[in-house]
Design a protein around this ligand. Structure first.
Ligand code: ZN
Length: 85
């Protein structure tokens, strides 16, 4: 399965301190439960600055926007609930 990731630049630098609980990035899982099939993709990490990743699954068309802040607590990997399964 193919997951496309496009980063959209908001042109702003981060204004707040990163969340110290996630010094190595956040693994974002949008599935309702772990048993559900999903499509995963690595995200460009860390992001340059404030913006969002536009993530879309080629197989099922599921798409989502994930915001970034250019900080250590940015999303690093995403798992989408895949509708094709
Ligand atoms: Zn999918």
């Amino acid at each position: 399965m193919t997951v496309n990731v496009i980063w959209v630049d908001h042109g702003r630098e981060p204004q707040c301190a990163p969340n110290p609980n996630f010094p190595n990035g956040v693994d974002v899982d949008l599935r309702r439960d772990k048993e559900q099939p999903g499509c995963s993709a690595d995200l460009p990490y860390p992001a340059k600055r404030c913006g969002h990743h536009l993530v879309q699954c080629d197989v099922c068309g599921y798409s989502v926007a994930i915001t970034t802040a250019g900080r250590p607590d940015d999303p690093r990997r995403i798992t989408l609930p895949c509708k094709s399964n």
